[in-house]
Design a protein around this ligand. Structure first.
Ligand SMILES: Cc1ncc(COP(=O)(O)O)c(C=O)c1O
Ligand SMILES: N[C@@H](CCOP(=O)(O)O)C(=O)O
Length: 533
């Protein structure tokens, strides 16, 4: 087994390189992989604590940090920050290969010289010095631990996210590592599918996938502030989830958060999140696109750092959900991944995560991507249907999927790139379709948000048309927790929605407080449920 000092001095090592031992690989962190034999788990930590084989009744490990030390101090002492041999920078998104324009991640810049989007470009040559097996084993070795900062599903991929940030500057709630739920009953009963999965990104610190991106952005802001860069606060426009995540991470780091919300267009549960977390909340009489325009103007004038996904740092965190899906399938690639789309950063983040895994040899292909939009807010769908001829922003109409009520998505170019390069598809869902899909999913034990209902509706359409087959391994990305959207569920189950049949409503039965009445309704219910032989 390698000692800590070996890690500081040994050269990069992969099977084709000269290695200390022909069968061992040295991690840039304090882990080693030791190939013991063709079978068995070879992972051991350099501090000699075995990762796996603690016997069930073993006495508590003596391997504890000193009592006056916290996990951040412990990481500092062990200097777990070995990712410095990797680097990343901003470049214009999808730039011509001859372009030399680039910016340090420590610069405050959101747009390229020509006004286009930016992308975070990693030093792929440095990352490629390690093979796919190496990265798979490294990432797998960090799951389920509390080692700072790798206990986070995002920071467990630190070398691919923000390789140069000091672990000390990271602001994390150990986000990510979300449940990949086997939708056994829903798949079987409603779709005739046996390999349907729901990636529950909304079962998270603030209840949505935004936590994945926000830990990265706020960590970088933390670093910039320590470097005395002019960042007084961090701001965003939001349909409710970005603002919740921003406010929580800023509150954890003691950084002022400013959020622009479209008045009366987000749920109460979402509104209360930034309020409770002490953000400066502006409720503005416009829609999300109007708020987005205003925050862009304001952040150009004031020392407020922009936290929307126009800022490509966010997508570096969000892409880890794609890597996590592959990891949860033991690095087998699903056939389809369906993502609800609004401002359209996330669909590109998924593409980027999958593509990096392919480029670095962790997998040999990427899944086909589907972006699902509400029919009332469907600019990408219309563009797709036009054969990618002409993009026209729209004024988004009201939708129960309120977090994707967006008519002029900032990441339109990123989304088109992701879809074209993954043989992707765009689908849409009417209000009735998305609410019915949500109710059906809930009736099989989930509790999803309306945006996940949009993604499920897309799946239903693609199954009905035969595009997605019954045995295709399919992942639906659930983007927020259903508890943020209880009012829409109540309206549905009370059949209180104009022009909607609410076919799967399950309203409470009002019954008199006497034994006979209760027995009557229960008997009827049990009869309706009794198995028919
Ligand atoms: C719950 C939820 N789902 C989906 C989306 C769409 O993500 P994106 O804007 O990255 O397309 C958002 C935000 O826009 C959201 O808050
Ligand atoms: N749904 C988002 C809309 C803004 O998206 P972003 O990813 O660009 O921040 C929200 O919750 O605000």
């Amino acid at each position: 087994m390698a000692s800590s000092s070996l890690f500081h001095s040994s050269p990069l090592c992969k099977p084709s390189f000269p290695c200390p031992s022909p069968k061992s690989t040295v991690f840039p962190t304090h882990f080693t992989i030791k190939a013991q034999s063709q079978t068995g788990s070879p992972l051991t930590q350099s501090n000699s604590a075995p990762i796996n084989p603690t016997p069930p009744n073993a006495a508590p490990s003596k391997h504890r940090r000193p009592a006056d030390e916290n996990i951040r101090d412990e990481a500092r002492r062990k200097n777990v920050n070995h990712s410095h041999r990797f680097s990343a920078k901003y470049v214009p998104f999808n730039a011509d290969p001859s372009s030399t324009e680039s910016y340090s991640l420590d610069e405050i810049v959101y747009r390229s010289q020509s006004g286009g989007l930016l992308d975070v470009q990693h030093d792929m040559e440095a990352l490629k010095k390690y093979d796919g097996e190496y990265w798979r084993a490294l990432f797998d070795s960090r799951v389920g631990k509390t080692t700072w900062p790798y206990g986070s599903g995002v920071w467990s991929k630190k070398e691919w996210v923000l390789p140069e940030i000091d672990s000390d500057d990271i602001v994390s709630a150990f986000e990510g590592n979300s449940n990949l739920f086997w939708a056994e009953r829903y798949g079987k009963q409603f779709l005739g599918m046996n390999d349907l999965w729901v990636k529950h990104c909304g079962i998270s610190h603030t209840g949505s996938f935004k936590d994945l991106g926000m830990t990265v952005l706020v960590s970088q802001v933390n670093r910039l502030r320590k470097m005395n860069r002019p960042v007084v606060g961090v701001g965003c426009a939001s349909t409710g989830d970005t603002s919740a995540a921003l406010s929580a991470y800023c509150a954890a780091a003691g950084i002022p958060a400013i959020v622009f919300l479209p008045a009366n267009k987000i749920s109460i549960a979402q509104l209360v999140q930034p309020i409770a977390n002490g953000a400066f909340v502006l409720s503005i009489d416009t829609d999300f696109d109007g708020c987005m325009q205003l925050i862009r103007e304001v952040t150009a004038e004031l020392p407020i750092y922009l936290a929307n996904s126009l800022n490509s740092l966010r997508l570096e965190g969000q892409k880890t959900a794609a890597i996590e899906i592959l990891q949860q399938f033991d690095w087998e690639v699903p056939d389809w991944v369906i993502v609800p789309g609004g401002n359209l950063g996330n669909i590109y983040a998924f593409y980027k995560g999958f593509h990096m895994c392919k480029e670095l040899g962790l997998v040999d292909r990427i899944p086909r991507l589907v972006c699902a939009q509400a029919a009332n807010a469907n600019p990408l769908y219309l563009y797709f249907k036009s054969g990618w001829k002409e993009f026209k922003p729209i004024r988004a109409g009201t939708t129960f999927a309120s977090a994707i009520q967006i008519g002029d998505p900032v990441s339109i170019d990123r989304a088109v790139y992701a879809l074209k390069n993954s043989n992707g598809i765009v689908e849409e869902a009417t209000e009735e379709e998305l609410m019915d899909a949500m109710a059906q999913a809930d009736s099989t034990g989930m509790f999803i948000c309306p945006h996940t209902g949009v993604a499920l509706s897309a799946l239903i359409k693609l199954r009905n048309s035969g595009v997605i087959g019954p045995t295709d391994r399919t992942v639906v990305v659930s983007t927020a927790h259903g508890l943020k959207f209880t009012q829409s569920k109540i309206d549905y189950h009370c059949k209180d929605i104009k022009d909607m049949a609410c076919r799967f409503a399950n309203p409470p039965v009002e019954v008199k407080a006497d034994f006979g009445s209760v027995m009557d309704v229960l008997s009827k219910y049990l009869l309706s449920k009794a198995p028919k032989y």
